[in-house]
Design a protein around this ligand. Structure first.
Ligand code: ADP
Ligand code: MG
Length: 748
């Protein structure tokens, strides 16, 4: 007996050739096969008598007997034409297939056949052109309910080379009748409340619906299941978290006020609110698990620093994790200058300007005699460099790694800024109270867990991301996190002037870039590819893909663009390139050099670092902008305009497609990352924000991430379920499903 866990190689119709192909589609078991849902349906429901086939262009289905069938080869055109005549009670119809000579063998004269396809006309009259076909076995010429490929709504699946929808239908259809062990785990009450079909029925209907409406209902049911499981998992994660004990960081409003007043700018309202939300989390007995979400340049760092400052004051260490050395350096420098400001403010009566000389600073800092300010020491720890600030009597700012590790272990460093190097066995904290993760998507869950483990108390966790996340996504994918939003930008920001160009306007754009560089600025040029498309690759593939590849081959590439710009367009400027095939060290070096103005132009793929401040860059030129989502373009744009210079973002539409032009134009008027993200979600789907793998969301749930109503329902039901039955004792099937559902991000 087949059940859901049976591997597909047990099916007689899956041979050694197709097995790896199916696996490529992610299909390994019967369950995977049944959960491989159609991406759309072919509407072959217009069933007519042979005599009624008249109107050309219409898609119809007919049933009849094959009268004669014959294949002719037209050698010089490399074409084979299979022509058949079929007949029902009283009429005949001509049917033509091109280049499918094997059909002649499978449809012998006298067999009964069901056909679905388009009606066409040539000089010999009306015919059915290359229809889908299947043999049938009863003779009353009535289409049967058991039709699979014709005469009904026919499922069209995500395919791969060698695995056609027809083959998948051939595999799936018989399984639906025979497979055992699909138990409906959704509690009956919920099913009734929303009038959902039961699971077996839903699965059958998704594959072979009677109507599109019916298919929609069935899909909703399965998507709801997935969203519900996800929500339950999130709630359980939160509950697990609330049982852990966190370091008790004490919120001292006066201290924070002093610190905020020492800043060279006033906080925005959103920054204040976010900082306050963090302080409230600190007040609880269990660890914070919060995501700080704000556009590039919205000022997330300072909010995190306030949190770290507060944690340090309570005697706990805080760690800032950055994905790259250059970002770690940047954070270290920021925090250092903030401390200097703070110290200056405290000493403002003395009117000495703040100093950046480490030794002087150290002396001033320790001699200032202000009792109620914590004596903070910050450290930088990356693969290449370890630094400490302020320095003490015997050390320079740079100190040996071993010494740093010791100091961290003894609790002598309060705020540690670092890269992955911090997450290593030989780095032990004395009392870690807060973990701040910048660009959180760049760190794996395991890496975060490593920091959390080995600690008596579970540190508070603040993740930061500059990717604006639409609300529906935040509710699901980040369901286990509390989210703080910075929507408002600091007031002094100049709007980045954004303009969409067609590709024939490049000389105009280059002229502008030149002007900016001559006035002392720098420019980014972004291309979608690393190397140009290979024409060979285009020829090898077939069909639709072929067309895609031809287009893809025309897309601009970093290497070619670098050549072109440095040789013919801007021979007098220094130009560098950056892409994902380079080693991390090389990449960092180039970023660093660009930051230090050693190049005028940086030609890069999308790898160009998100958080890096290049204040002198004023132009962001994006080639083939039509290839990117609005959110991503907005991210690129955020890399300029970080200083007082008026900055520009030029989007070159390489496709000359009017729809694309309109989509891109949204960026000209809108600089709200969240609004753009919502548009992206509608236009390009959720893949833009979360890779399926990263989110752990199954396909249907992914597809329903725009359905706020369904998401809300799932959230509500998950809450009610757990409130009523905290350990899901009453729903054992559901409990098993939850246990098997993908792990998601929290302190498990
Ligand atoms: P992001 O959210 O992208 O990490 P940062 O924290 O790096 O942004 O801040 C970007 C810049 O804005 C920094 O130079 C920072 O000092 C400055 N900044 C932050 N908050 C404000 C504010 N309220 N007013 C003015 N400038 C600010
Ligand atoms: Mg940042």
């Amino acid at each position: 007996m087949l059940d859901l866990t049976t591997p597909i190689e047990k099916l007689p119709k899956v041979g050694p050739k197709n097995l790896p192909r199916l696996k490529r589609l992610g299909i390994k078991t019967i369950k995977d096969l049944l959960w491989h849902f159609p991406s759309r349906y072919e509407d072959f429901t217009q069933i007519v008598g042979v005599g009624e086939v008249k109107e050309t262009g219409r898609v119809v289905s007919v049933v009849g007997e094959v009268m004669k069938i014959k294949t002719t080869n037209i050698w010089h055109r490399r074409l084979s034409i299979t022509e058949a005549h079929i007949k029902d009670a009283d009429e005949q119809l001509r049917v033509v297939w091109f280049n499918q000579p094997y059909i002649e063998n499978s449809l012998a004269e006298g067999s009964l056949v069901s056909l679905s396809g388009k009606v066409a006309l040539d000089k010999r009259g009306i015919y059915l052109s290359s229809p889908s076909y299947e043999k049938i076995h009863n003779s009353n010429y009535q289409p049967q309910t058991e039709l699979v490929h014709t005469g009904r709504l026919v499922p069209v699946y995500p395919e791969t080379e060698g695995i056609s929808s027809k083959y998948l239908r051939f595999l799936i259809k018989p399984l639906l009748a025979t497979v055992d062990g699909i138990y409906d785990y959704l509690p009956e009450g919920i099913r009734k409340k929303y009038d959902f079909p039961d699971l077996v029925q839903a699965i059958k209907t998704i594959h072979f619906p009677e109507s599109v409406v019916e298919a929609e209902v069935a899909r909703k049911r399965v998507a709801f299941d997935e969203l519900l499981l996800f929500q339950i998992k999130s709630l359980l994660g939160r509950r697990g978290l609330s049982k852990l004990k966190a370091p008790s960081v004490i919120f001292k409003p006066e201290l924070v006020k002093d610190f905020v007043e020492s800043l060279p700018f006033a906080l925005t309202n959103d920054q204040r609110i976010c900082a306050f939300e963090i302080m409230k989390d600190f007040g609880r007995s269990y660890p914070m698990n919060r995501l700080l979400n704000g556009d590039v340049g919205s000022g997330k760092t300072i909010v995190a620093v306030i949190a770290a400052y507060q944690a340090a004051d309570s005697g706990f260490q805080a760690v800032f994790l950055a994905p790259t050395e250059i970002l770690a350096h940047q954070h270290y420098a920021t925090i250092k200058s903030l401390l200097v400001n703070l110290q200056y403010k405290v000493d403002s009566k003395s009117a000495t300007p703040p100093t950046l000389d480490p030794r002087l600073f150290a002396r001033e800092f320790s001699s200032r005699g202000v009792a109620d300010l914590p004596n903070l020491t910050i450290g930088l720890l990356t693969g290449n460099e370890t630094k400490q600030w302020p320095t003490d009597e015997v050390t320079e700012e740079k100190i040996p790694k071993k010494l740093m590790q010791k100091k961290i272990a003894y609790g002598r460093i309060d705020i540690i800024v670092g890269t992955h190097a911090v997450i290593q066995k030989n780095v032990k904290f004395k009392n870690l109270g807060l973990i701040v993760i910048d660009e959180q998507h760049r760190f794996g869950i395991e890496q975060r867990m490593k920091l959390v483990k080995n600690q008596e108390l579970t540190p508070h966790l603040l993740s930061m991301t500059a990717t604006p996340i639409p609300r529906t996504l935040a509710l699901t994918v980040y369901g286990d996190l509390d989210v703080s939003l910075i929507k408002e930008k600091p007031k002094d920001r100049k709007k980045i002037i954004t303009k969409v160009f067609t590709k024939d306007k490049s000389s105009e754009v280059y002229g502008f870039v030149e002007k900016e560089i001559l006035s002392g600025r720098q420019s980014f040029v972004i291309c979608p590819r690393i190397e140009l498309g290979n024409p060979q690759e285009v020829i090898k593939t077939s069909g639709k893909q072929n067309k895609m590849n031809v287009l893809w081959a025309e897309v601009k590439a970093v290497t070619a663009e670098y050549e072109k710009l440095s040789k013919s367009i801007f021979p007098n400027f220094k130009i560098a390139m950056l892409h994902g095939k380079m080693k991390p060290k090389e990449k960092e070096k180039i970023m660093e050099d660009f930051k230090n103005r050693k190049y005028h132009i940086l030609v890069s793929t999308s790898v160009v670092e998100v958080g890096v401040d290049i204040p002198n860059a004023s132009v962001m030129l994006i080639e083939n902008a039509e290839r990117f989502g609005l959110s991503q373009l907005h991210q690129f744009r955020g890399r300029v305009g970080r200083a007082e210079h008026q900055s520009y973002c030029f989007l070159v539409n390489g496709g000359n497609n009017r729809f694309e032009n309109k989509r891109l134009k949204a960026l000209e008027s809108c600089d709200d990352g969240f609004k753009l993200a919502e548009q992206d979600l509608l236009l390009r789907g959720p893949g833009e924000f979360v890779g399926t793998k990263q989110s752990g969301l199954p396909d249907l749930a992914m597809a329903s991430l725009t359905d706020l109503e369904l998401i809300k329902k799932a959230r509500l039901e998950a809450k009610l379920l757990l409130k009523d039955d905290p350990n899901l004792k009453k729903s054992p099937l559901l409990k098993t499903q939850v246990a098997n559902f993908q792990k998601i991000r929290h302190f498990e």
